[in-house]
Design a protein around this ligand. Structure first.
Ligand SMILES: [Zn+2]
Length: 285
């Protein structure tokens, strides 16, 4: 699933390539449910001749802003990719939106599972209202140690469940949670509010560190994720905990263990990340 680093990679890649181009056509909507608050006709009417002035990311939403105000927002959910493709390339299967640009290329939304969603807002202000209702503090850009302390201090839930809460930490995702917790040497089943000051500082540095490194490595590609040029990321080659069950912990050599937290496969080093005593009874390890 594309998480924050994958969406950030796509946003940066698109920004470098499509700023200043104009929309010549919007089409290809073959599955109307994908466009949540508009229709293909409305997208075409509003975006026709608009110039791309910014490409950004809010949580896991990709945003494309235009010169007279409208904002096109794409969420790729489980398996969507946003590809920059020459307009004369054949339309590949599972393409659900095509934004044709004046430079002879298309931004195409390709998603075999059709979970991706498209939104159109008339202005940045309206887009901001939409995001404010859904997203917490961005863990890559805006999160501070004080924010993290404030959020965690109020939560009685398990640490990993709080980190996965999109309204608190948009875009973290299961993989990046496991990696950040491994780096911070704290167990995912700890109560969020139980962290010491030192552990909180380590967790803060780890969240930032993991996300920044994943963006540098252009995201993680296990199966579906491709960047805007159709290329894979490489962070999957640098994982320490996630997907590493039975492999030695790179820090201490003990075998990484996997257990289930709800529906989420969760990976820990039993030596570096000490489990709280109550949790050992409750967890299915
Ligand atoms: Zn270890």
């Amino acid at each position: 699933m594309p998480e924050l680093p994958e969406v950030e990679t796509t946003a940066r890649g698109l920004r470098a390539q499509i700023l200043g181009t104009r929309v010549t056509r919007v089409g290809g909507v073959d599955w109307p449910r994908i466009v949540v608050n508009a229709t293909e006709e409305l997208l075409q009417a509003v975006l026709q001749a608009q110039q791309v002035t910014e490409v950004g990311r809010r949580g896991k939403y990709l945003t494309i802003s235009f010169d007279t105000g409208p904002v096109l927002v794409l969420h790729r959910k489980m398996s969507g990719n946003v590809l920059l493709t020459p307009s004369d390339m054949p339309i590949q299967k599972h393409t659900h939106l095509i934004v044709t640009l004046s430079d002879g290329r298309d931004v195409r939304l390709v998603d075999p599972r059709k979970f991706s969603r498209v939104y159109l807002f008339e202005s940045t202000d309206l887009a901001d209202v939409f995001f404010a209702e859904r997203l917490g503090i961005d863990p890559l850009v805006d999160l501070t140690l004080a924010d993290l302390r404030a959020i965690m201090g109020k939560r009685s839930g398990r640490l990993k469940s709080v980190l996965l809460d999109q309204t608190a930490f948009p875009g973290m995702g299961n993989l990046y949670c496991d990696e950040a917790l491994w780096r911070a040497r704290v167990h995912p089943l700890r109560t969020a509010s139980s962290l010491t000051r030192a552990e909180m500082s380590r967790l803060f540095e780890s969240i930032r560190g993991v996300l920044e490194e994943a963006v540098e490595r252009r995201g993680t590609s296990f199966s579906d994720y491709l960047d805007q040029n159709g290329e894979k990321g490489s962070f999957q080659e640098h994982l320490n905990a996630y997907g590493q069950e039975d492999k030695p912990c790179p820090r201490c050599g003990k075998r990484i263990k996997k257990f289930w937290l709800g529906a989420r496969g969760t990976h820990v080093c039993p030596s570096c990340q000490r489990m709280p005593r109550q949790a050992s009874i409750a967890a299915r390890i």
